[in-house]
Design a protein around this ligand. Structure first.
Ligand SMILES: [Zn+2]
Ligand SMILES: [Zn+2]
Length: 283
């Protein structure tokens, strides 16, 4: 059976996790025979992509869920890679209004120059549907400080659906958009008992997972409070309350969705950033 592989180039989110790089913030690469797509390229997307041997010039699409730096900072440089150094009109950029044009709160966060080079630029809002390679993508509703924020539902031809909430608070019906997905990625920035408007806590994640009932839930995009509390413990809470297998993402982790869903954590043999910089001849 065909497989879709998700590579976590980052599992941190929010200002302080990003500033300190307690967790990486490079976003998630989707890879399959018919797909090479980067979701939410925050700081580190380029360097960890190279570090992990994932050629950014092979990317077919860059998706940005909203106009916060932990989601968009490396979008321009990935567009440069995708368009072979801005020499070839190629690939897809999909992002909401805030990222492309700016809104009352934030953005624009990708220059006009960089918006000219992809073959397609799609302005997304909830309900917008488009295809990347063999995968159908539907933008879903999210409620966050950037009012144009969207989540995504990816329908793959071979291995079923994958959902991504992006940054959002809980609201009635959010789980419905992800009903029946095999894998649900949740941006659980805050631990249980620490609610903050516009962001997801572990309790919110539990409600979403209860509604969506995925085959597996993945907590990611951890803020500082979550990192100190222990994402593994919080993921266990979700699993205990919902009965749905739930894991906490870790940097460099890969998830292979095929007939089964397999999780591979990055081993010690994976090169650290220091080794990478040294081997590239830099200090
Ligand atoms: Zn974020
Ligand atoms: Zn955000």
């Amino acid at each position: 059976m065909a497989e879709v592989e998700l590579v976590f180039l980052g599992t941190g989110g929010g200002r302080f996790a990003t500033i300190t790089q307690k967790r990486r913030t490079g976003g998630i690469r989707f890879l399959s025979k018919g797909l090479n797509m980067h979701l939410d390229p925050g700081p580190g997307a380029l360097i960890y992509s190279l570090n992990m041997g994932l050629d950014p010039q092979k990317i077919m699409a860059v998706l940005v869920s909203h106009s916060h730096p932990d989601h968009y900072t490396n979008a321009e440089i990935l567009i440069e890679a995708m368009t072979r150094g801005m020499l070839k009109k190629r690939g897809t950029l999909a992002a909401p209004r805030s990222v492309l044009f700016g809104n009352e709160e934030c953005g624009p966060s990708i220059s006009k120059h960089h918006q000219k080079m992809p073959e397609r630029v799609i302005e997304i809002k909830p309900g917008v549907v488009f295809h990347v390679g063999d995968t159908k993508v539907t933008a879903t509703e999210a409620r966050h400080a950037d009012p144009d924020t969207v989540g995504f539902r990816f329908e793959t031809p071979d291995v079923g659906d994958i959902g991504y909430t992006s940054d959002t608070e809980f609201f009635e019906g959010i789980g419905k958009a992800f009903e029946g997905v095999r894998l649900l990625l949740l941006c659980v920035m805050r631990p249980s008992g620490k609610p903050w408007k516009g962001h997801m806590t572990t309790e919110d994640a539990i409600r979403i997972v209860e509604e969506a009932r995925p085959e597996m839930a993945v907590a990611t995009h951890f803020g500082m409070g979550m990192i100190f509390r222990g994402p593994y413990r919080e993921a266990r809470l979700v699993e205990e309350k919902t009965g749905v297998q739930t894991i906490a993402a870790s940097d460099g982790m890969r998830i292979r969705v095929g007939e089964e869903i397999r999780v591979e954590r990055a081993g010690r043999e994976q090169r650290g950033l220091k080794d990478f910089l040294r081997s590239s001849g830099r200090k």
